[in-house]
Design a protein around this ligand. Structure first.
Ligand code: IPM
Ligand code: MG
Length: 354
Protein backbone atom coordinates (compact mmCIF):
# COMPACT_ATOMS: atom_id res chain seq x y z
CA UNK A 1 0.00 0.00 0.00
CA UNK A 2 1.23 3.50 -0.88
CA UNK A 3 0.53 6.13 1.74
CA UNK A 4 1.20 9.81 1.15
CA UNK A 5 1.77 11.94 4.25
CA UNK A 6 0.99 15.65 3.91
CA UNK A 7 2.00 17.31 7.19
CA UNK A 8 1.05 20.84 6.06
CA UNK A 9 1.27 23.82 8.41
CA UNK A 10 1.13 24.84 12.06
CA UNK A 11 0.85 21.79 14.31
CA UNK A 12 0.48 19.59 11.21
CA UNK A 13 4.06 18.28 11.07
CA UNK A 14 4.26 17.36 14.77
CA UNK A 15 0.94 15.52 14.89
CA UNK A 16 1.60 13.69 11.62
CA UNK A 17 4.97 12.59 13.01
CA UNK A 18 3.21 10.98 15.96
CA UNK A 19 0.76 9.21 13.66
CA UNK A 20 3.65 7.96 11.51
CA UNK A 21 5.36 6.61 14.62
CA UNK A 22 2.15 4.68 15.33
CA UNK A 23 2.18 3.46 11.73
CA UNK A 24 5.74 2.18 12.25
CA UNK A 25 4.46 0.07 15.14
CA UNK A 26 1.71 -1.31 12.91
CA UNK A 27 4.24 -2.11 10.20
CA UNK A 28 6.41 -3.97 12.68
CA UNK A 29 3.44 -6.32 13.13
CA UNK A 30 3.53 -7.24 9.43
CA UNK A 31 1.45 -4.57 7.67
CA UNK A 32 3.28 -3.57 4.50
CA UNK A 33 3.25 -0.03 3.19
CA UNK A 34 5.40 2.63 1.65
CA UNK A 35 5.22 6.17 3.03
CA UNK A 36 6.15 9.33 1.13
CA UNK A 37 6.01 12.87 2.58
CA UNK A 38 5.18 15.96 0.50
CA UNK A 39 4.27 19.59 1.17
CA UNK A 40 0.78 21.07 0.92
CA UNK A 41 -0.86 24.32 2.02
CA UNK A 42 1.47 27.06 3.24
CA UNK A 43 4.35 24.57 3.14
CA UNK A 44 3.56 23.91 -0.52
CA UNK A 45 3.44 27.62 -1.23
CA UNK A 46 6.81 28.11 0.45
CA UNK A 47 8.50 25.24 -1.35
CA UNK A 48 6.98 25.66 -4.82
CA UNK A 49 4.81 28.82 -4.80
CA UNK A 50 1.65 26.68 -4.93
CA UNK A 51 -0.54 25.38 -2.05
CA UNK A 52 -1.02 22.18 -4.06
CA UNK A 53 2.29 21.68 -5.86
CA UNK A 54 2.22 19.66 -9.09
CA UNK A 55 4.45 16.96 -7.56
CA UNK A 56 2.24 16.60 -4.52
CA UNK A 57 -0.88 16.19 -6.65
CA UNK A 58 0.85 13.66 -8.90
CA UNK A 59 2.01 11.63 -5.88
CA UNK A 60 -1.50 11.85 -4.39
CA UNK A 61 -3.04 10.47 -7.57
CA UNK A 62 -0.71 7.47 -7.41
CA UNK A 63 -1.33 6.75 -3.71
CA UNK A 64 -3.81 4.43 -2.04
CA UNK A 65 -4.38 6.73 0.91
CA UNK A 66 -3.35 10.14 2.18
CA UNK A 67 -2.76 11.24 5.75
CA UNK A 68 -2.98 15.00 6.17
CA UNK A 69 -2.13 17.18 9.18
CA UNK A 70 -3.59 20.64 8.71
CA UNK A 71 -3.18 23.68 6.50
CA UNK A 72 -3.25 27.42 7.04
CA UNK A 73 -1.87 30.16 9.23
CA UNK A 74 -1.98 33.93 9.72
CA UNK A 75 1.23 34.23 7.72
CA UNK A 76 -0.70 33.48 4.56
CA UNK A 77 -3.75 35.67 5.17
CA UNK A 78 -2.67 38.38 2.76
CA UNK A 79 -2.01 36.06 -0.19
CA UNK A 80 -4.39 36.14 -3.17
CA UNK A 81 -7.08 33.48 -2.83
CA UNK A 82 -5.61 30.94 -5.28
CA UNK A 83 -2.34 30.85 -3.32
CA UNK A 84 -3.87 30.49 0.11
CA UNK A 85 -3.29 27.21 1.99
CA UNK A 86 -7.02 26.33 2.09
CA UNK A 87 -7.02 26.21 -1.71
CA UNK A 88 -4.54 23.33 -1.56
CA UNK A 89 -7.02 21.36 0.52
CA UNK A 90 -10.05 22.27 -1.61
CA UNK A 91 -8.21 21.39 -4.81
CA UNK A 92 -6.94 18.02 -3.66
CA UNK A 93 -10.50 17.11 -2.57
CA UNK A 94 -11.80 18.10 -6.01
CA UNK A 95 -8.95 16.57 -8.07
CA UNK A 96 -9.27 13.18 -6.36
CA UNK A 97 -13.09 13.45 -6.28
CA UNK A 98 -13.19 12.85 -2.55
CA UNK A 99 -16.92 13.47 -2.40
CA UNK A 100 -17.78 11.58 0.79
CA UNK A 101 -16.57 13.19 4.00
CA UNK A 102 -17.14 11.15 7.15
CA UNK A 103 -16.91 13.09 10.39
CA UNK A 104 -17.73 10.97 13.41
CA UNK A 105 -18.51 12.73 16.68
CA UNK A 106 -17.97 10.29 19.51
CA UNK A 107 -17.94 11.04 23.22
CA UNK A 108 -15.38 8.93 25.05
CA UNK A 109 -16.55 7.94 28.49
CA UNK A 110 -13.16 9.02 29.85
CA UNK A 111 -13.65 12.54 28.47
CA UNK A 112 -17.29 13.01 29.37
CA UNK A 113 -16.41 15.84 31.75
CA UNK A 114 -14.41 17.67 29.08
CA UNK A 115 -17.61 18.49 27.20
CA UNK A 116 -19.22 21.84 27.91
CA UNK A 117 -22.55 20.05 27.65
CA UNK A 118 -24.47 18.40 30.45
CA UNK A 119 -23.19 14.82 30.80
CA UNK A 120 -26.67 13.36 30.45
CA UNK A 121 -27.04 15.10 27.08
CA UNK A 122 -23.85 13.72 25.53
CA UNK A 123 -22.98 10.55 27.43
CA UNK A 124 -22.58 7.72 24.92
CA UNK A 125 -22.98 10.06 21.94
CA UNK A 126 -21.94 8.41 18.68
CA UNK A 127 -23.05 10.17 15.54
CA UNK A 128 -21.68 10.39 12.04
CA UNK A 129 -21.87 13.47 9.91
CA UNK A 130 -21.65 12.59 6.25
CA UNK A 131 -20.79 15.76 4.38
CA UNK A 132 -20.75 16.03 0.58
CA UNK A 133 -17.35 17.50 -0.16
CA UNK A 134 -16.89 18.33 -3.83
CA UNK A 135 -20.00 20.30 -4.77
CA UNK A 136 -22.37 22.97 -3.46
CA UNK A 137 -21.56 26.64 -3.01
CA UNK A 138 -17.89 25.73 -2.46
CA UNK A 139 -17.39 24.95 -6.13
CA UNK A 140 -20.48 26.26 -7.98
CA UNK A 141 -19.98 28.65 -10.90
CA UNK A 142 -20.35 31.51 -11.52
CA UNK A 143 -18.80 33.20 -8.54
CA UNK A 144 -16.91 36.39 -8.03
CA UNK A 145 -17.22 40.08 -7.43
CA UNK A 146 -18.57 42.64 -9.86
CA UNK A 147 -19.94 46.17 -10.03
CA UNK A 148 -23.72 46.16 -10.15
CA UNK A 149 -25.90 48.63 -12.03
CA UNK A 150 -26.02 50.95 -9.05
CA UNK A 151 -22.24 51.21 -9.25
CA UNK A 152 -21.52 49.33 -6.03
CA UNK A 153 -19.48 46.17 -5.58
CA UNK A 154 -21.34 42.91 -5.08
CA UNK A 155 -20.12 39.42 -4.29
CA UNK A 156 -21.85 36.26 -5.47
CA UNK A 157 -21.50 32.48 -5.25
CA UNK A 158 -23.59 29.71 -6.74
CA UNK A 159 -25.17 26.98 -4.66
CA UNK A 160 -25.67 24.02 -6.94
CA UNK A 161 -26.09 20.25 -6.84
CA UNK A 162 -26.75 17.86 -9.70
CA UNK A 163 -28.96 14.85 -9.26
CA UNK A 164 -26.04 12.43 -9.67
CA UNK A 165 -23.98 14.22 -7.01
CA UNK A 166 -26.87 13.98 -4.54
CA UNK A 167 -27.55 10.36 -5.43
CA UNK A 168 -23.98 9.15 -4.87
CA UNK A 169 -23.58 10.80 -1.47
CA UNK A 170 -27.04 9.61 -0.40
CA UNK A 171 -26.09 6.03 -1.26
CA UNK A 172 -22.99 6.28 0.91
CA UNK A 173 -25.17 7.65 3.72
CA UNK A 174 -27.59 4.72 3.61
CA UNK A 175 -24.76 2.21 3.41
CA UNK A 176 -23.02 3.71 6.45
CA UNK A 177 -26.31 3.73 8.36
CA UNK A 178 -26.68 0.00 7.69
CA UNK A 179 -23.48 -0.60 9.64
CA UNK A 180 -24.75 1.55 12.49
CA UNK A 181 -28.21 2.24 13.94
CA UNK A 182 -29.94 2.28 10.51
CA UNK A 183 -31.09 5.91 10.70
CA UNK A 184 -30.39 8.73 8.25
CA UNK A 185 -31.38 12.33 8.92
CA UNK A 186 -30.99 14.38 5.75
CA UNK A 187 -30.35 18.05 6.50
CA UNK A 188 -31.28 20.79 4.04
CA UNK A 189 -33.02 24.15 3.71
CA UNK A 190 -35.84 23.02 1.47
CA UNK A 191 -38.18 25.68 2.83
CA UNK A 192 -36.05 28.33 1.09
CA UNK A 193 -33.53 26.92 -1.39
CA UNK A 194 -34.21 25.28 -4.76
CA UNK A 195 -31.00 23.28 -4.43
CA UNK A 196 -32.40 21.81 -1.21
CA UNK A 197 -35.77 20.97 -2.78
CA UNK A 198 -33.94 18.81 -5.32
CA UNK A 199 -31.70 17.41 -2.57
CA UNK A 200 -34.74 16.26 -0.60
CA UNK A 201 -36.45 14.75 -3.67
CA UNK A 202 -33.39 12.75 -4.72
CA UNK A 203 -32.57 11.53 -1.19
CA UNK A 204 -36.18 10.36 -0.86
CA UNK A 205 -35.89 8.46 -4.16
CA UNK A 206 -32.63 6.79 -3.14
CA UNK A 207 -34.17 5.77 0.19
CA UNK A 208 -36.51 3.39 -1.67
CA UNK A 209 -33.51 1.11 -2.26
CA UNK A 210 -32.83 0.99 1.49
CA UNK A 211 -36.19 0.13 3.07
CA UNK A 212 -34.43 -1.11 6.22
CA UNK A 213 -33.00 2.35 6.91
CA UNK A 214 -35.21 5.00 8.50
CA UNK A 215 -35.04 8.34 6.68
CA UNK A 216 -36.03 11.68 8.21
CA UNK A 217 -35.52 15.23 6.93
CA UNK A 218 -34.63 18.31 8.93
CA UNK A 219 -34.02 21.96 8.10
CA UNK A 220 -30.50 23.04 8.88
CA UNK A 221 -31.44 25.72 11.42
CA UNK A 222 -33.50 23.21 13.36
CA UNK A 223 -30.69 20.64 13.07
CA UNK A 224 -28.29 23.15 14.66
CA UNK A 225 -30.69 23.51 17.56
CA UNK A 226 -31.42 19.78 17.89
CA UNK A 227 -27.70 19.00 17.93
CA UNK A 228 -27.39 21.00 21.12
CA UNK A 229 -30.70 20.04 22.67
CA UNK A 230 -30.81 16.32 21.98
CA UNK A 231 -27.83 15.13 19.93
CA UNK A 232 -28.40 11.47 20.73
CA UNK A 233 -31.47 11.40 18.43
CA UNK A 234 -29.06 11.31 15.46
CA UNK A 235 -27.27 8.37 13.89
CA UNK A 236 -26.12 9.49 10.42
CA UNK A 237 -26.58 13.12 9.42
CA UNK A 238 -26.47 13.38 5.63
CA UNK A 239 -25.90 16.86 4.28
CA UNK A 240 -24.28 19.10 1.68
CA UNK A 241 -20.91 20.78 1.73
CA UNK A 242 -21.64 24.10 3.42
CA UNK A 243 -24.16 22.84 5.98
CA UNK A 244 -21.83 19.94 6.77
CA UNK A 245 -18.91 22.30 7.30
CA UNK A 246 -20.83 24.22 9.93
CA UNK A 247 -22.65 21.35 11.65
CA UNK A 248 -19.49 19.24 11.92
CA UNK A 249 -17.68 21.92 13.93
CA UNK A 250 -20.71 22.19 16.16
CA UNK A 251 -20.90 18.42 16.61
CA UNK A 252 -17.18 18.37 17.39
CA UNK A 253 -17.70 20.67 20.35
CA UNK A 254 -20.34 18.36 21.80
CA UNK A 255 -17.57 15.86 22.37
CA UNK A 256 -15.44 18.20 24.46
CA UNK A 257 -12.40 18.24 22.29
CA UNK A 258 -12.05 18.90 18.64
CA UNK A 259 -8.53 17.57 19.26
CA UNK A 260 -9.93 14.03 19.38
CA UNK A 261 -11.86 13.88 16.12
CA UNK A 262 -10.65 12.18 12.94
CA UNK A 263 -12.22 12.36 9.49
CA UNK A 264 -12.15 10.51 6.21
CA UNK A 265 -12.80 11.82 2.71
CA UNK A 266 -13.37 9.03 0.21
CA UNK A 267 -13.84 8.70 -3.53
CA UNK A 268 -15.67 5.93 -5.34
CA UNK A 269 -12.53 3.80 -5.62
CA UNK A 270 -12.10 3.84 -1.84
CA UNK A 271 -9.02 6.03 -2.02
CA UNK A 272 -9.19 8.37 0.89
CA UNK A 273 -7.71 11.41 2.50
CA UNK A 274 -7.65 11.19 6.28
CA UNK A 275 -7.23 14.22 8.48
CA UNK A 276 -8.06 15.52 11.93
CA UNK A 277 -11.15 17.76 12.04
CA UNK A 278 -9.24 20.49 13.89
CA UNK A 279 -7.09 23.02 12.08
CA UNK A 280 -3.44 24.04 12.12
CA UNK A 281 -3.55 25.85 15.49
CA UNK A 282 -0.60 28.14 14.68
CA UNK A 283 -0.66 29.61 18.20
CA UNK A 284 0.53 26.35 19.75
CA UNK A 285 2.69 25.05 16.89
CA UNK A 286 6.10 23.59 17.75
CA UNK A 287 5.52 23.85 21.46
CA UNK A 288 4.77 20.23 22.16
CA UNK A 289 1.23 21.16 23.20
CA UNK A 290 -0.96 19.82 20.42
CA UNK A 291 -3.13 16.75 20.84
CA UNK A 292 -1.97 14.12 18.31
CA UNK A 293 -4.91 11.77 18.98
CA UNK A 294 -7.20 13.04 16.19
CA UNK A 295 -4.42 12.35 13.68
CA UNK A 296 -3.65 8.96 15.21
CA UNK A 297 -7.38 8.15 15.02
CA UNK A 298 -7.37 9.38 11.40
CA UNK A 299 -4.68 6.79 10.72
CA UNK A 300 -7.04 4.21 12.24
CA UNK A 301 -9.76 5.34 9.82
CA UNK A 302 -7.24 5.06 6.97
CA UNK A 303 -6.55 1.45 7.87
CA UNK A 304 -10.27 0.71 8.16
CA UNK A 305 -11.53 2.40 5.00
CA UNK A 306 -8.61 2.39 2.54
CA UNK A 307 -6.79 -0.77 3.64
CA UNK A 308 -9.82 -2.82 4.81
CA UNK A 309 -7.93 -3.52 8.02
CA UNK A 310 -10.60 -2.85 10.61
CA UNK A 311 -8.66 -5.15 12.96
CA UNK A 312 -5.63 -2.81 12.97
CA UNK A 313 -7.90 0.24 13.25
CA UNK A 314 -9.53 -1.22 16.37
CA UNK A 315 -6.11 -1.92 17.87
CA UNK A 316 -5.17 1.74 17.55
CA UNK A 317 -8.53 2.93 18.87
CA UNK A 318 -8.25 0.65 21.87
CA UNK A 319 -4.70 1.85 22.56
CA UNK A 320 -5.96 5.45 22.56
CA UNK A 321 -8.78 4.55 24.96
CA UNK A 322 -6.34 2.79 27.26
CA UNK A 323 -4.02 5.79 27.45
CA UNK A 324 -7.00 8.02 28.27
CA UNK A 325 -8.26 5.53 30.85
CA UNK A 326 -4.79 5.58 32.43
CA UNK A 327 -5.34 9.28 33.08
CA UNK A 328 -3.07 10.94 30.51
CA UNK A 329 -4.32 14.14 28.86
CA UNK A 330 -3.04 16.80 26.51
CA UNK A 331 -3.83 20.40 27.43
CA UNK A 332 -7.01 20.63 25.36
CA UNK A 333 -8.63 17.81 27.33
CA UNK A 334 -7.05 18.39 30.71
CA UNK A 335 -9.07 17.38 33.70
CA UNK A 336 -8.66 17.51 37.41
CA UNK A 337 -6.52 14.65 38.68
CA UNK A 338 -5.20 13.77 35.23
CA UNK A 339 -1.60 14.09 34.16
CA UNK A 340 -1.05 16.73 31.46
CA UNK A 341 1.48 15.65 28.86
CA UNK A 342 2.78 16.95 25.54
CA UNK A 343 2.38 15.88 21.94
CA UNK A 344 5.41 13.59 21.86
CA UNK A 345 4.67 11.81 25.11
CA UNK A 346 1.07 11.18 24.06
CA UNK A 347 2.31 9.60 20.83
CA UNK A 348 4.86 7.50 22.72
CA UNK A 349 2.23 6.23 25.13
CA UNK A 350 -0.03 5.09 22.30
CA UNK A 351 2.95 3.34 20.66
CA UNK A 352 3.89 1.70 23.94
CA UNK A 353 0.32 0.47 24.36
CA UNK A 354 0.43 -1.05 20.87
C1 IPM B 1 -13.03 21.96 6.93
C2 IPM B 1 -12.42 23.33 6.80
C3 IPM B 1 -12.24 23.65 5.32
C4 IPM B 1 -13.63 23.69 4.69
C5 IPM B 1 -11.47 24.95 5.03
C6 IPM B 1 -10.12 24.95 5.72
C7 IPM B 1 -11.32 25.20 3.57
O1 IPM B 1 -13.18 24.28 7.47
O2 IPM B 1 -12.42 20.99 6.44
O3 IPM B 1 -14.10 21.86 7.51
O4 IPM B 1 -14.31 24.74 4.73
O5 IPM B 1 -14.04 22.68 4.15
MG1 MG C 1 -14.77 23.44 8.59
Amino acid sequence: MKILALPGDGIGPEIVNQALAVLDKIRASGFECKVVKMPIGGAGYEAFGDPLPEKTLEEAKGSDAILLGAVGGPKYDELPRHQRPEQGLLRIRKELELFANLRPAVVYQELLKASAMRSSTVEGLDLMILRELTGDIYFGQPRGQRINNRGEREGFDTMMYSESEIRRIARVGFQIARKRACKVCSVDKANVLDTSILWREVVTEVAKDYPDVELTHMYVDNAAMQLVQNPKQFDVILTGNIFGDILSDQAAMLTGSIGMLPSASLNKEGVGLFEPVHGSAPDIAQRDRANPLATILSLAMLLRYSASRGDLASKIENAVKKVLADGYRTLDIKQEGAEVIGTNRMGELVCAEL
